[in-house]
Write a protein that binds this ligand. Structure first.
Ligand code: SF4
Length: 203
């Protein structure tokens, strides 16, 4: 019964989508730029999907060098605390609508680095993730599959995790602050203070 209700709700959402939204979403999903920002081993799977064997360009997906013109942020594996700061900054520089794909178990629970002192365990607590791809590391087919799923979500107007970030900003910001506080004792250790004083206040 619940499944039927869900299906009806989905159908209604589709019908409510205005024609113009459908057209925009169609072109949007066929012109996606992925930012070159790779955080872990999953980055090794990008050359195969970009080159002739899997050739993701045939779907209109291409690489982009700067966050200000990118649509998709790829988190291709484990993220350290310091990298997380750059990931957040990069994500916030990207224009909306924007989407995040997270590769592998490291982005969900830290993977094999789950008990490391400086590896982020669940990236989704700090920025919103649209799709998580299973595997360590995910196969190119899985990445291609997730791209196609993302395109379908864009067409249906459902890929809206970036709105969650704005609506629940205090939740994400609190988590980010808590995470970054963990590195503070190291950065403010007496050894670093000594170097700082030795340099006459310059670091
Ligand atoms: S999930 Fe596996 S392949 Fe991906 S970053 Fe972690 S260890 Fe590397």
């Amino acid at each position: 019964m619940q499944i039927l209700d869900y299906a009806k709700e989905e159908q209604k959402k589709q019908e409510d989508q205005k024609l113009w939204d459908k057209v925009i979403n169609y072109f949007r999903k066929r012109s996606l730029w992925m930012l070159h920002y790779c955080t872990g081993c999953g980055a090794m799977e990008l050359p195969p999907i970009l080159t002739s064997r899997w050739d993701i360009e045939r779907f209109g997906v291409g690489p982009m060098a700067t966050p200000r013109q990118a649509d998709i942020l790829l988190l291709t594996g484990y993220v350290s605390t310091n990298t997380m700061k750059r990931v957040i900054r990069t994500y916030e520089q990207m224009p909306e609508p924007k989407w995040v794909l997270a590769f592998g178990s490291c982005t969900v629970n830290g993977g094999m680095y789950w008990d490391s002192y400086n590896t982020v365990n669940n990236v989704g607590e700090y920025i919103p993730i649209d799709i998580t791809i299973a595997g360590c590391m995910p196969r190119p087919e899985a990445i291609l599959d997730s791209m196609i799923e993302l395109m379908d979500m864009i067409q249906r107007g459902e890929a809206k995790a970036f709105q969650k970030y704005k609506e629940n900003y205090s939740y994400y910001k609190e988590n980010q602050d808590r995470l970054f506080k963990r590195t503070k004792p190291v950065l403010e250790s007496s050894a670093l203070r000594y170097i700082h004083d030795e340099n006459g206040g310059e670091q």
